[in-house]
Design a protein. Structure first.
Length: 94
């Protein structure tokens, strides 16, 4: 059983609100409009190719966390392209 479009869209609304809140909390309010525009464009792209997409959740199926979307851009590619929402990621330096 995979994700349905409706389930994905429900997740997007909730997750994007959380990311927006975190950006504001971290003093990155200037980034919010750009995030919203980019996220909306990405969701439109994902939905337009929904039958070609695979959606992955973490092992705990934590719907508060980020989902990963995989898409085989070209059939000749060695593997899929993974799509993430960058502003929802935590940067760690090694």
């Amino acid at each position: 059983v995979g994700f349905q479009k409706k389930e994905f869209m429900t997740w997007c609304k909730s997750y994007f609100a959380k990311v927006t809140e975190k950006l504001n909390e971290r003093g990155k309010a200037a980034r919010v409009d750009e995030f919203k525009k980019g996220a909306t464009d990405m969701v439109k792209f994902i939905i337009s190719k929904w039958d070609e997409m695979q959606v992955f959740a973490g092992p705990k199926y934590d719907m508060d966390a980020m989902l990963c979307v995989a898409w085989q851009k070209e059939q000749s590619d060695e593997g899929p392209t993974f799509l993430y929402f960058l502003d929802g990621m935590r940067e760690e330096k090694f």
